[in-house]
Design a protein around this ligand. Structure first.
Ligand SMILES: Nc1ncnc2c1ncn2[C@@H]1O[C@H](COP(=O)(O)OP(=O)(O)OP(=O)(O)O)[C@@H](O)[C@H]1O
Ligand SMILES: [Mg+2]
Length: 269
């Protein structure tokens, strides 16, 4: 399988001379086409920065970033973004929000076609009945479903998702994870997904692979395959001893690197 994404020696430094802040320090990994990868790591380690670079929304100081073998120079319709903060236009209904996205990539298409695509994806996320509602009349989980519908309806090959369920309550979060997996598995041509999360259980349930970044400045600390068969059923997965072991090892790694950081900090003090 060819690589969809190739990141090599990525360095991102924010700020001007004198006040520089190194956010990413030599991140290297590749993602084969159709893989679902989660990126986990402590707050501030550079997860969003990494996604913004992939989305062409943030420049970088060093290294190379390729999509389909071509350098990323800016945003493109081959990559769709779902943000943690609800990012719908408040003055447009759910349907209009999705139509707006579709119209960006199908310029000049008749309005009824754009509307049909929007309705198809709103139906996929179970929001046909809420198509006419404004975002202020939708729950957080529903707004994220519209955002997912909008991104999928735009037909990008690569989905970049930055803690998309971070602000959603626990029950809806589980439902959204299942919905996302269903939508991803249903596609004839599987999308390549880079999914940022704080939640290790979410990462295990969703992903083919988990990349854990070190504490800031971020680099790859751990790169591990999640070899549970698909389709995945949460209850069955959680009951298995293999899951338990895998989860424990992952948590140990996650908190292990934090302990190292604390040691380093206390040494400096
Ligand atoms: N626009 C910016 N200007 C300057 N520094 C920034 C900017 N955006 C992020 N940073 C800094 O870069 C580092 C990485 O930030 P980033 O938002 O990528 O982290 P994160 O892993 O996504 O954190 P969180 O889990 O809290 O969302 C942090 O130290 C942050 O303060
Ligand atoms: Mg972030």
């Amino acid at each position: 399988m060819k690589n969809k994404i190739d990141i090599s020696g990525l360095i991102v430094e924010y700020g001007e001379r004198g006040g520089k802040n190194l956010a990413l320090d030599g991140v290297t990994f590749s993602v084969p086409e159709g893989q679902f990868v989660s990126v986990v790591g402590s707050s501030g380690c550079g997860k969003s920065t990494l996604l913004y670079v992939l989305g062409g929304l943030c420049g970088f100081t060093g290294g190379t970033v390729l999509i389909d073998g071509k350098p990323v120079t800016g945003p493109g319709s081959d990559r769709g973004f779902v943000f943690q903060q609800y990012s719908l236009f408040p003055w447009m209904t759910a349907r209009k929000n999705v139509m707006f996205g579709v119209a960006q990539v199908r310029r000049g298409y008749p309005r009824r076609e754009i509307r049909a695509v929007a309705d198809e994806y709103l139906n996929k996320v179970g929001l046909t009945n809420a198509a006419h509602r404004y975002p202020s009349r939708l729950s957080g989980g529903m707004q994220q479903r519209v955002a997912i519908a909008r991104t999928l309806a735009m037909g990008a090959d690569v989905l970049l998702m930055d803690e998309p369920f971070g602000a959603v309550d626990a029950k809806n979060r589980v439902l959204l994870q299942e919905l996302l997996l269903d939508l991803w598995s249903d596609e004839t041509k599987r999308k390549t997904v880079v999914f940022v999360t704080h939640d290790l259980d979410e990462a295990i349930f969703l992903s083919d692979r988990i990349i854990m970044l070190t504490d800031s400045p971020g680099s790859v600390y751990l790169d591990i395959a999640v070899e549970f068969p698909r389709p995945r059923y949460r209850d069955e997965m959680m009951k298995s001893i293999v899951y338990d072991d895998f989860r424990r090892t992952l948590f140990a790694d996650f908190f292990g690197q934090k302990e190292k950081k604390i040691e380093r900090d206390s040494f400096i003090i």
